[in-house]
Design a protein around this ligand. Structure first.
Ligand code: NAD
Length: 322
């Protein structure tokens, strides 16, 4: 199969490309970043860097001759980024729209869109002891401002391309993906990687102190990258037409996540709570009823195991940078 992975210089894209190559597929990758900034570079793929997929012409070029398209390109990051860059997040609609149009125009027979749990309505996520979110909870719509609106709009466009043109699309709503070879500093990092970095810094500096965004009682679930890649590929070969949750249902508070990383590092840190930092919704978990029913599968890597691999990888990268 000829496969196009966009956003391949990013975290999830890099892992997905590795998986396709391991299975012997022919992979074209594209990302706006110069190749020196990609999280993973796979020499067996045809890698197009500095390639801006906001433009229609670029999308048409990238989709030419491809069987399937996996669109993971987006201008995004953790809460610290999406709460302060709403316009940039919404401009990803140019990528989502032009990629969808181009994939259909070029006769690709499958299109995967990476949506997000940020599409879910804010009033369903006000309690740390949150009821896990079912796919139907995205409506009536009141998603995360900026980023979530773009995702919800693009999801619906995928649906209407199937309804109106018979162009087959698959949409997964990712819930907080983490793992090795992702962003852990610079402002776009997400909580698991940020906490690993902060714990490592606290140990290395000897300060034994950690800054936590919010009161640490906000809850989330975190999906390990291998489960995410497996889930993407299973969803793509399924007959699921509607957006589907792809996330872990192991709910933890941020304080509990810090407990896990402290245990891995073998330290106990003094916690300083920054109540004015971006925190996102109060509680969010993935209801996996639909993915279990439809695919007979759900993400399963325990948080402790996935965080150990993530911590080890970030520690290795930080030591190599010294
Ligand atoms: P990432 O930021 O690591 O990767 C996204 C990549 O897209 C980046 O390398 C970036 O350079 C590239 N990109 C941005 N604008 C581009 C453009 N105009 N043209 C070409 N490339 C462009 O993010 P990720 O964590 O790998 O996420 C992949 C997808 O999954 C995104 O659509 C994201 O919104 C979605 N998602 C991720 C998570 C998560 O927890 N990581 C959760 C929900 C949804």
């Amino acid at each position: 199969m000829k496969v196009l992975v966009t956003g391949a210089g990013g975290f999830i894209g890099g892992h997905l490309v590795a998986d396709f190559l391991a299975d012997g597929h022919q992979v074209l990758t594209a990302d706006i970043k110069p190749i020196g900034e990609w999280h993973q570079v796979h020499p067996k793929a045809d890698n197009w860097d500095w390639f801006d997929l906001s433009g229609e012409a670029e999308c048409l070029l990238a989709c030419s001759g491809q069987d399937q398209v996996f669109n993971l390109a987006a201008d995004m990051g953790g809460m610290g980024f999406i709460e302060t860059h709403k316009a940039e997040c919404m401009l990803s609609v140019l990528i989502s729209t032009n990629m969808l149009v181009a994939a259909r125009e070029r006769g690709c027979y499958g299109y995967f869109y990476s949506s997000s749990a940020c599409v879910y309505a804010a009033d369903k996520q006000r309690d740390p002891a949150v009821t896990a979110l079912r796919e139907s909870d995205a409506y009536p719509a009141m998603p995360e401002d900026g980023y979530g609106w773009e995702k919800l709009f693009s999801e619906r466009m995928c649906r209407h391309f199937w309804d109106d043109y018979g162009f087959e699309t698959r949409v997964a709503r990712f819930h907080n993906v983490y793992g090795p070879k992702g962003t852990y500093s610079g402002g776009r990092e997400k909580a698991p990687a940020a906490i690993c970095r902060k714990v490592i810094e606290a140990v290395q500096s000897g300060a034994l102190e950690i800054d936590i965004w919010g009161d640490g009682e906000q809850t989330r679930s975190f999906m390990y990258i291998d489960d995410c890649v497996d889930g993407i590929r299973r969803i793509m070969t399924s007959n699921v037409r509607d957006p589907i949750n792809l996330g872990s249902s192991e709910l933890v508070s941020i304080n509990e996540l810090v407990d896990v990383v402290e245990e891995i590092a073998g330290v106990t840190l003094n916690r300083k709570y920054n109540l004015t930092a971006p925190q996102g919704v109060r509680g969010r978990n993935s209801d996996n009823t639909m993915i279990v029913d439809r695919l007979g599968w759900a993400p399963s890597t325990p948080l402790r195991k996935g965080m150990e691999a993530t911590y080890t990888s970030i520690l290795g990268e930080m030591l190599a940078d010294e």
